[in-house]
Design a protein around this ligand. Structure first.
Ligand code: FAD
Ligand code: SF4
Length: 517
């Protein structure tokens, strides 16, 4: 995005707020605060790009927009990082996300009330929905004219064109009595003038969303909230990696230390907002030893169940074509026959060849000739996948490793093993997904185990003893520090996270402004 005309602040100036990270969490808040006249500086570890810089080549794209620094992963289902799980750059993970934007429903944020397990969110569902509607208005979300699970809901734009996987899911779901419809998606299906950015062209169904959208159709913060933030006076410093936080004698943040151009800089500030994502925020907090009187920083790491079921069809599917995930069913948010807490969403899938190959290896255990044989079916394969609830467990957590990164900061070590609840959900979901693809005419069904997203490592709550931030996102320990990213979710939700992160970001901006700091 254009940064050449932005306002500059000197490092000696005490700016109102420093924001670390410019993705789904950082950007909406940055725009809100700048709009209200606060002096704000965003520090972003990744580079600044223009939509034209993105390449649809899935081999080359990750180097530009994914967080490729090593993270150490363990447990019985080690989380896959790199392109699978977190982005970098001005725009954060919204540069490469899939833009599937279901809203959390009322059950989703009341897991403990529903099931006696996990946590409830300390936020009223109607209030959260209000912030979500604001995000949908700000960035442009497309969806069906009638949403079966929430008939009062309206989307301003019609859904994108369906690809072959989508037609397959609609056909298969109908045959087995499951309601499925066009999904809410964060992209424009009409040319849209985005204030402070310019033209975002209607989606051309190129299928390269995970490599970065070249024409601005997909919602990413570098074409939506960040240009607005800069227009209102925010400064964004790219390739600025934060590794230190300094407190004054009262225990409040007075400066942030970051590495840029090979040397350390120090930016003074009145308040700090962390939006570095579900891995880097807890890593920074553990490294600096801050905001952890509860001992909860790095704990409650959850990763959504994201198992996929693929099948081979007689006809050509060419699943690299079209917007990838355009169909949804919410019939399994709380299945009537569930022997587990929570539930899952199902979406149709489109996938580039290398991504499918990686999943066949990692999630399907295929190697050698068997893998090659499976890939020969690629043009005729189509599939569906889930986003499923994940409970927190004591052993699933992020800690600092002994190894250091190039900046001298300990690497993150993340341990993840699904528990019996996650296994029960996956079993139920595989049954459902297999029924859908087989009813649509699919053969040679393949189940690929996956998890996705990094959630819950600095959770929000009402008790300072077992949460890191309060219900506004404010640290219990450091009064002028706030967190607005994936890490604050009290439970994983079954709705994919980014829309909710953006909504929480607007909400925390509102609370921060009201608090006067
Ligand atoms: C392949 C893929 C597809 C996805 N598809 C969807 C989808 O369809 N729907 C959905 O809802 N979600 C999706 N997600 C998840 C979604 O993108 C993330 O949950 C969301 O963007 C996370 O927002 P965040 O603000 O927590 O972090 P991010 O958006 O990742 O932003 C964090 C930013 O902080 C920067 N940063 C980190 N550490 C530092 C530091 N020390 N100093 C300075 N800067 C730092 C990073 O470079 C990054 O830019 C997808 C994720 C992946 C990987
Ligand atoms: S499919 Fe649409 S939203 Fe995705 S990258 Fe192509 S134009 Fe952008």
């Amino acid at each position: 995005m254009r940064l050449d005309h932005q306002r500059h602040h000197s490092e000696d100036e005490v700016v109102d707020v420093v924001v670390v990270g410019t993705g789904a969490g950082g950007a909406p808040l940055l725009a809100s605060l700048a709009r209200r006249g606060l002096s704000v500086v965003a520090l972003e570890a990744g580079p600044n790009t223009e939509p034209d810089d993105h390449t649809p080549d899935e081999v080359e794209a990750p180097g530009d927009i994914n967080w490729m620094d090593e993270r150490i992963s363990g447990g019985s289902a080690p989380t896959a990082f790199g392109p699978n799980n977190s982005g970098t750059g001005v725009g954060g993970s919204t540069l490469h996300w899939g833009a599937f934007t279901p809203r959390p429903n009322a059950h989703d944020i009341r897991l403990r009330t529903d099931s006696g397990q996990g946590e409830d969110w300390p936020i009223d569902h109607a209030e959260l929905t209000g912030w979500i509607e604001q995000v949908e208005h700000d960035v442009g979300v497309a969806g069906p004219a009638h949403y079966p699970w929430d008939p009062a809901r309206r989307y301003r734009m019609g859904p994108p064109a369906r690809n072959a996987s989508s037609d397959m899911m609609i056909r298969g779901a109908a045959a087995v009595g499951i309601t499925a419809t066009d999904a809410p998606v964060g992209l424009t299906t009409e040319d849209r003038h985005q204030e402070h950015h310019g033209l975002r062209q209607a989606c051309v169904a190129c299928g390269s969303c995970h490599q970065g959208c070249r024409n601005g159709a997909k919602v990413s913060t570098d074409t939506t909230y960040l240009p607005a933030a800069v227009a209102f006076g925010a400064e964004i410093r790219a390739e600025a990696f934060v590794h230190g936080i300094e407190l004054d004698a009262r225990g409040e943040v007075e400066a942030v230390v970051y590495r840029q151009d090979g040397r350390d800089h120090r930016q003074r500030c009145r308040a700090l907002v962390l939006a570095a994502g579900g891995i880097e925020t807890p890593r920074l907090l553990l490294h600096t030893g801050l905001a952890n009187s509860s001992g909860q920083v790095g704990r409650n790491f959850t990763a959504h169940g994201a198992t996929q079921v693929w099948a081979t069809f007689d006809e050509s599917m060419r699943s690299y074509r079209g917007y990838p995930s355009s169909i949804i069913t919410e019939d399994f948010v709380r299945p009537a026959d569930a022997d587990f807490a929570g539930g899952y969403l199902i979406q149709s899938l489109g996938v580039q060849p290398l991504t499918l190959a990686t999943s066949l290896v990692r999630g399907g255990g295929l190697r050698g000739a068997e893998l090659v044989r499976a890939l020969q079916d690629y043009p005729r394969m189509a599939g569906v996948g889930i986003n499923a609830e994940c409970l927190p467990y004591d052993d699933n957590r992020l800690v600092l490793a002994d190894e250091l990164d190039e900046n001298g900061v300990p690497k993150a070590r993340v341990t993840f093993s699904p528990g019996s609840n996650e296994e029960a959900i996956t079993k139920h979901a595989v049954r459902t997904m297999t029924a859908i693809v087989e009813a649509a005419g699919g053969k040679d069904v393949r189940v690929l185990d996956r998890t996705a997203h990094t959630v819950g490592t600095a959770r929000m709550g009402t008790d300072a003893g077992n949460s890191v931030v309060d219900d506004a996102g404010r640290s219990w320990d450091v009064p002028n520090m706030w967190i607005v990213d994936n890490s604050v979710f009290p439970s994983s939700l079954i709705a994919n996270p980014a829309l909710t992160i953006m909504a929480l970001s607007l909400r925390t901006a509102d609370r921060l402004l009201r608090a006067g700091r």
